[in-house]
Design a protein around this ligand. Structure first.
Ligand code: MN
Length: 432
């Protein structure tokens, strides 16, 4: 283990020297601009430092589409190497201290050993993720026609048991939440009885819910289509919300940005779920046509900002029981996954800080006075402000890189890993 290449703190500090002078200059100037608007740059930097988003264990492998996967060099071959990559991401951006584990793709032989390995690298475990959307090698019954909603009670029981196993592993890892996403649905009109399948879903989820420790939450992730292309059992936030209310307090809705029809007003769904006390968390990514899992903030940064505007508004309001879990979930088809995950975490931090720049008193006044142009201008003033120096300073003060991408590339981490990790067949990576 000790021979494995790691990016050390001295190297980061050395690289930071190159950009330190301009960062100080830009930070000072931005501080003055913000002061004119009644904002304190140090408060904003503290907020940026407090922001955290979890990285999915499967995200550090090259993803793919349903057509093909083009693996990169030096890919992690197992969960320990995946955690090493997650630790590298956090070392450079200092905003991704938790890993969300997928079972069985990243099932540990020994959860306690995995936990200490992670903890030695400054990582903790966020929500667990089950998988009943594909069959595993040693599996008795098939999920071809569904899992938690399958007409056969034995298949449902097997899927329930798998979810409970995930919770058990999560208890040892120190996780506090379990995410359920199912691929159940139909490809033909008439294939499934809509009400019966949803009833069976609730019946299965009640069993999983019973296995939750008191301080845990269960997240239900809706998805409009795929793998089923005609109907999906948990297809939208309304269905998810209905199930969350049926199950109880600990059941919450998870919003994956890519799991909606194009043009759907996601920020409004977020506001609705906040109001209903049912917003569990997010899977962040970006999307153009369907669930194509582009990198967060890569094509619709204003939408991302508007979502964070709702989140920060709820936080500022002191909305009770408001504690959404943030995770990245995107498919890295043509990039180095470490680079994509680092830059995506930075995009989220940017949207989060920008949302704090919104003058909420002016916005409220514009809303109350029916002044749409002033309302939009208030949001745009926040969105167009370049807060890069705040995020860079937040990273640097925490020991991270001022320029994570340049520092990562200069370290030649990937080239070192290519030598350490000869290609393995059948690496587990994907998108949920
Ligand atoms: Mn997802």
């Amino acid at each position: 283990m000790t021979t494995h290449f790691e990016i050390n703190d001295n190297f980061i500090a050395e690289q930071n020297q190159k950009a330190k002078a301009w960062l100080e200059e830009d930070y000072e100037h931005l501080g003055k601009q913000l002061r004119r608007r009644g904002l304190n740059i140090e408060d904003l930097t503290a907020k940026a430092q407090a922001f955290q988003v979890a990285v999915p264990s499967w995200g550090v492998g090259t993803g793919g589409t349903r057509f093909a996967r083009f693996p990169g060099i030096g890919e992690p071959r197992g969960i320990y190497e995946k955690l090493a990559d997650c630790a590298t991401i956090n070392k450079l951006v200092r905003a991704t201290g938790a890993v969300s584990l997928h079972i069985p793709w990243d099932k540990p032989d020994n959860a306690a050993t995995l936990k200490s390995y992670a903890s030695e690298r400054g990582l903790t475990f966020d929500a667990m993720n089950s998988n009943t959307f594909q069959d595993q090698a040693d599996q008795k019954l098939s999920y071809r026609f569904g899992s938690l909603t399958h007409p056969d009670a034995a298949v449902r029981a097997q899927a329930v048991e798998h979810n409970i196993e995930c919770i058990e592993i999560g208890k040892t890892l120190g996780s506090k939440a379990h995410t359920v996403w199912i691929g159940d649905g139909g490809n033909f009109a008439g294939q499934q009885h809509f009400r019966k399948t949803l009833e069976r879903y609730l019946e299965s989820m009640r069993e999983i819910y019973k296995a939750l420790p008191d301080d845990w939450r269960v997240f239900m992730e809706h998805k409009m289509y795929e793998p089923a292309f005609y109907s999906t059992v948990i297809n939208d936030w309304g269905t998810s919300y209905f199930c969350a209310t049926q199950l109880g307090e600990k059941a919450k809705c998870l919003v994956d940005l890519g799991h909606h029809a194009p043009n759907v007003n996601i920020e409004m769904i977020v506001a609705r779920l906040i109001q209903a006390g049912k917003l569990g968390g997010f899977h962040f990514n970006d999307s153009k046509y369907g669930d194509d899992d582009l990198d967060a903030g890569s094509i619709k940064p204003f939408q991302l900002f508007l979502i964070f505007n709702e989140l920060v508004d709820a936080q500022t309001d002191g909305t009770p029981d408001f504690n959404p879990a943030y995770m990245l979930d995107q498919s890295h088809n043509v990039t180095d996954p470490i680079e994509s995950l680092m830059m995506s975490a930075v995009e989220l931090q940017r949207a989060y800080v920008q949302a704090h720049l919104v003058d909420r008193a002016v916005l409220t006044e514009a809303q109350e006075n029916c002044d749409p142009m002033r309302a939009l201008q208030t949001l745009k003033q926040a969105f167009t402000m370049d807060v890069a120096p705040i995020i860079a300073a937040a990273r640097e003060r925490a020991g991270g890189a001022i320029d994570p991408l340049a520092t990562y590339r200069a370290s030649q981490y990937r080239q070192h890993k290519a030598a350490e990790r000869p290609a393995a067949i059948g690496i587990s990576a994907g998108i949920v």
